[in-house]
Design a protein around this ligand. Structure first.
Ligand SMILES: Cc1ncc(COP(=O)(O)O)c(C=O)c1O
Length: 391
């Protein structure tokens, strides 16, 4: 391997929300001595081509207002074609400072107060927050868990849409936290139901570059054209290349009317252009980051399997299925943790590991944890040892 993903980079004294105790303690009952494997960023150094492109901006010495250049659009078109077999047109591309802000703007643009929005629980919590904070109502279509393999309850999906006059569906593909990469048939079924009942789809594809080799990612943009007219696709380089702090997301909207409405919302708050670091990382990452990404996926593959082996040998009652995509392990600890102890007590006072509690993703997450394994294997092992020893 050209890149060293085993390298340990000190982050506790930085502005890292994940590692600096001053920041993470707010999520973990003021505890400041935890080993952090929670929030979704990685502990690996950013790929050299990306760092070089940022260095060039710094060396130039000016950080004024910016506009994306032709190369930036070309980079997005190139990456989508090469990695996802998707043909994006330049005019479909809109930028926003983050996928979560984008989802909030979409909720505000395309629904009214009191409207119902459907999500598939357990799911990334900002979907719920974007709905409730904007005074819309959450309608849940819980995923079906068959021995750790999650599937969609299509009957419930359609019935809930009809019963609640649902206006919008926020799809997570690949799914955080359960790790499914939805197949074409599943996507088409959802797309068809939404089209039939006039439900607008927001497809959050932020984890779509992190797919293990026996699985295939299908973008919503690869489906039949009639479905593309009913979707806003959100993506970014933040998970792919570990640059969440750059706060730049790429929103792809094939339908002109939807796109213009969304653009108007952004224009009203003067959020039309990505920042200079965002533009440079799109170009360097999408044109020169592929080799790093391929090596990263191999390393993550090793870690996801390391967890399976470790649990089998040391905590066999834990239920874990290899995720198909993402660097997030969704682990069922219902048969593991002492009955008289809360999750918080166990992880914060005994194991001293910061993970995402399953209930942060919805009530179906009770008894589960989401563990971020995008770290050197030595850190992953240390965390699992702590959990084993605490048990
Ligand atoms: C599904 C999903 N969407 C969005 C985000 C965050 O996106 P952003 O940082 O661009 O707002 C995350 C981060 O974990 C995520 O898992």
């Amino acid at each position: 391997m050209k890149y060293n993903f085993d390298e340990i980079i000190e982050r506790g004294n930085t502005l890292s929300k994940k590692w600096n105790p001053d920041f993470y303690k707010g999520m973990f009952n003021n505890k400041t001595d935890l080993l952090p494997l929670w929030v979704a960023d990685m502990d690996f150094k950013v790929a050299k081509p990306i760092l070089d492109s940022l260095q060039a901006v710094i060396n130039h010495g000016i950080l004024g207002y910016t506009s994306p250049d032709e190369k930036c659009f070309e980079a997005i078109i190139h990456w989508n074609k090469k990695r996802k077999n998707v043909y994006v047109k330049k005019e479909w591309i809109v930028f926003t400072s983050g996928v979560v802000p984008a989802i909030n703007f979409m909720v505000q643009t395309f629904t009214k107060e009191g409207d119902c929005i459907l999500i598939q629980t357990p799911v990334y919590n900002p979907f719920r927050l974007a709905t409730e904070n904007n005074k819309r109502k959450v309608v849940e279509n819980p995923l079906i868990n068959s021995n750790g393999y999650y599937e969609i309850d299509f009957q419930d999906f359609e019935q809930k849409i009809i019963d609640n006059n649902v206006k919008m569906f926020i799809l997570c593909n690949p799914h955080n936290p359960v790790g499914r990469v939805w197949n074409k048939e599943e996507l088409e079924k959802m797309a068809e139901i939404c089209l039939k009942h006039n439900v607008l789809i927001i497809a959050d594809e932020i984890h779509s570059d992190l797919i293990y080799k026996e699985h295939k990612f299908h973008s919503f943009l690869s489906l039949n054209e009639k479905y593309q007219k009913n979707v806003l696709v959100c993506t970014a380089l933040s998970k792919t290349f570990n640059i969440a702090g750059v706060q730049t997301s790429i929103i792809i909207i094939p339908d002109e009317k939807l796109r213009e409405s969304y653009r108007t919302t952004l224009a009203n708050v003067r959020l039309e252009n990505p920042n200079s670091f965002g533009i440079e990382t799109i170009k360097s990452g999408y044109f020169h980051g592929e080799e790093w990404l391929e090596e990263l996926i191999q390393y993550l593959d090793k870690n996801r399997k390391f967890i399976a082996q470790y649990l089998k040998e040391n905590i066999p009652e834990a239920k874990y299925r290899l995720p198909e995509g993402t660097y997030l392990a969704w682990i069922d600890l219902k048969d593991v943790l002492p009955a008289n102890e809360t999750m918080e007590d166990f992880f914060e006072n005994k194991a001293k590991v910061a993970i995402d509690y399953g209930t942060w993703f919805g009530k179906e997450g009770d008894g589960f944890i989401r563990l971020n394994f995008a770290c050197p294997t030595s850190i992953l092992k240390k965390a699992l040892d702590r959990i084993k020893n605490a048990l």
